[in-house]
Design a protein around this ligand. Structure first.
Ligand code: ZN
Length: 138
């Protein structure tokens, strides 16, 4: 039951008592109270409807914002990822594009898929050398 339906039920009960709402003070009191409850019920239901509409509008705005964010941020993130994760070199033997990715870096070499030539990657291991140099001497 909605609040309005409960108030209508209450109003029906009060009318069943056949209260004298003109001469009886109690009857008048109950009549006025029920009138106030009816107004409150309508106000609350209006507010609930407004809140639902606002929620739907916020959902739409949130979706739109997500679209904008994906356009604004996606390209930058992709560019950074590409710079960090892999780069391309040209095979000196056949000119094929070689992708130097994480796996190639881990292996220390890259193999050309076109001509099968292997090339060792010259990697700087500055970090490891620094760690070794920090070993305390006696
Ligand atoms: Zn090649």
């Amino acid at each position: 039951m909605t609040i309005s339906e409960k108030v209508a039920y209450l109003k029906g009960l009060a009318e069943g008592l056949n209260l004298d709402t003109e001469k009886s003070k109690e009857g008048k009191l109950i009549s006025v109270m029920i009138g106030i409850l009816e107004e409150l019920a309508m106000s609350v239901e209006d507010l609930e409807e407004n809140a639902l509409n606002l929620g739907e509008e916020i959902d739409v705005l949130s979706d739109d914002l997500a679209d904008v964010e994906s356009v604004v941020y996606e390209e930058d993130e992709d560019d950074e990822d590409y710079d960090d994760d892999w780069f391309e070199v040209e095979c000196p033997t056949c000119g094929e594009t070689l992708v130097v990715d994480d796996q190639a870096l881990a292996d220390g070499e890259v193999e050309c898929p076109e001509c099968g030539s292997r090339y060792a990657l010259e990697l700087s291991d500055d970090d490891e050398e620094d760690e070794e140099s920090e070993t305390p001497e006696e």
